[in-house]
Write a protein that binds this ligand. Structure first.
Ligand code: GLP
Length: 262
C-alpha cells in the first residue's frame, strides 16, 4: 500500500486529481477508461481540480465511463441530497463526459436486488474498474460498507448505522431522522476487484480510521482495512489525518514517497 501524505487538504486534492488525469491520459487500451467515484465532502476539492483541468484542455472525459460508489434509498434524482444530484452539481455538469457514460445506482429502483445485480454486470461488461477513487467515514466505512460488512461483499442493499446517519445529518438540517436509513452500495469485494484504488482521507476526525486502515490488522470492523490486501491501493491523506499514526509509520511513508518511483 502507498500512503501519500500531503501538507493540507488542497495539496491532497491536487495530488489526487493529477494522479487521475495521468491515468486517464496514459490509458492505451482500446476501451474507455473506467473510473469509480465517491460522494461526500472529501472529494470536492478533487472534483474542482478535475473540472479546472478539463476546462483548461488538459484532460477529456469523453472516453471515460464512471460508476459511483453508492446512493441513498428513497431519494429521487432531483433531491438535493441524492448522490445523483450531488455528482451532477459538483462534477458531471461541468465536464465533457457523455451522459450515457455515467452510472449511478438507482435508489428508487422497485427491485433493489435486481438493480445491484445489474450494476455489477455492467461493471463487468465495461471490463472492470480501472481506478476506484473513494472516501471513508469516521468509522472506516468505504462506500456504505459499515463496520462488520463482509470484506468480500458485492453491490447490495445496506442499512446505515445510527452513527453514520448522525454524521451525515449535517446535510439534512442536522436531523438524523431525515437521513435515509438504507442505501445501495458497491461491496468491498467490488472495490477490491478494481485495478487500482485511491482513497482520500483528510481531517482530524478521520485520524483513527487512517491508523486502522494502515496499521491495524485486516478486520471487518474497519472495512477500509481491506485495502491492505489490494496490490494497487493508495491512500492520499493530509497532515491532520495523520495524528494517530505511529511516528515510524509516518516517517516511513514520507521517506519512501520522497524517492523517485520505479
Ligand atoms: C458517506 C458516503 C461515503 C463517504 C463518506 C465520508 O457516508 N457514503 O462514500 O466516503 O460519507 O464523507 P465525507 O467525505 O463527507 O467525510
Amino acid at each position: 500500500m502507498r500512503v501519500v501524505i500531503q501538507e493540507n487538504y488542497e495539496k491532497m486534492c491536487k495530488w489526487a486529481a493529477d494522479y487521475i488525469v495521468a491515468k486517464i491520459n496514459g490509458h492505451k487500451e482500446d476501451r474507455p477508461f473506467v473510473l469509480g467515484l465517491p460522494t461526500g465532502s472529501s472529494p470536492l476539492g478533487v472534483y474542482a481540480e478535475l473540472i479546472r483541468q478539463n476546462q483548461a484542455g488538459k484532460v477529456t472525459f469523453k472516453n471515460v465511463i464512471t460508476f459511483n460508489m453508492d446512493e441513498y434509498v428513497g431519494l429521487p434524482h432531483e433531491h438535493d441530497q441524492s448522490y445523483w444530484y450531488f455528482m451532477h452539481d459538483n462534477f458531471f455538469n461541468h465536464i465533457d463526459i457523455p451522459a450515457e457514460n455515467i452510472n449511478i445506482l438507482n435508489g428508487m429502483a422497485e427491485d433493489p436486488e435486481e438493480e445491484c445485480a445489474r450494476y455489477e454486470e455492467k461493471i463487468a461488461k465495461c471490463g472492470g474498474i480501472d481506478l476506484f477513487m473513494g472516501g471513508i467515514g469516521v468509522d472506516g466505512h468505504l462506500a456504505f460498507n459499515e463496520p462488520y460488512t463482509s470484506l468480500t461483499s458485492r453491490t447490495g442493499l445496506r442499512a446505515l448505522t445510527s452513527e453514520t446517519r448522525l454524521v451525515n445529518s449535517r446535510f439534512f438540517g442536522n436531523d438524523p431522522e431525515k437521513v435515509p436509513s438504507l442505501a445501495l452500495s458497491v461491496g468491498i469485494g467490488t472495490v477490491m476487484d478494481s485495478k487500482e484504488v485511491l482513497v482520500l482521507i483528510n481531517g482530524h476526525n478521520k485520524a483513527r480510521a487512517l491508523a486502522k486502515s494502515v496499521e491495524g490488522g485486516v478486520s471487518q470492523k474497519w472495512t477500509c482495512s481491506a485495502l491492505q490486501m489490494h496490490n494497487g491501493a493508495i491512500i492520499a491523506c493530509d497532515e491532520a489525518a495523520c495524528g494517530e499514526l505511529t511516528v515510524d509509520t509516518y516517517k516511513y511513508f514520507l521517506d519512501i514517497e520522497s524517492k523517485e518511483r520505479l
